[in-house]
Design a protein around this ligand. Sequence first.
Ligand code: AMP
Length: 208
Amino acid sequence: MNLILLGPPGAGKGTQAKRLEEAHGLKQLSTGDMLRAAVAAGTEIGKQAKAFMDAGKLVPDAVVIGAVSERIAQPDCAKGVIFDGFPRTVAQAEALDAMLAGRGQSLDAVIQLKVDDSILVERVKKRAEETLAQGGTVRPDDTPETLKTRLEVYHRDTAPLIAYYERTGKLKGVDGMASMDEVSRQIEAVLEPFLKKRGSILKWLTGR
Ligand code: AMP
């Protein structure tokens, strides 16, 4: 099963993706995490991405698409992927369709986490405070100024994906402003038919 979690920064995509990963054995593919790891490791991709990330801007499509295309070919992605933070542009969405088709796969659902901008600012502030309290390092792009840019970028470049996926009939909206557990419940409800189908295919394959 291949899913996209779509939503602005701070919408809870990462939290929900981790929960789905644990519950259903799918692989979370967070392009933000991949890029941060590349920056920390000082790889070529990291060098290309750093300035864009620090400024809250999107890393060029070609860089991100290349990295995702390599990543989904790894064996741990074989059972399906939860895309978290990808695609973020229509060009990335088109590339993803082509990538999956090339592997004989397709998207099952796109889950849109709907959250108001005013709440996101508070959430990201809280995330930074909690990280500090735990002795961690705050992401350089979790400052109020950079978040403003990230939200502008979301509305300009990523929000058009809502219409893109609405046209495919795969877009499912959930209330991202509800509690974490309630959001998880809503996501599970959306996924139930796909999970049932996946369960019966697995049963058929294994004869159990
Ligand atoms: P995130 O952790 O998803 O909030 O991503 C952090 C930053 O990584 C973003 O602000 C972008 O600079 C970069 N990034 C992550 N995913 C993408 C993507 N799909 N396309 C372009 N840039 C991305």
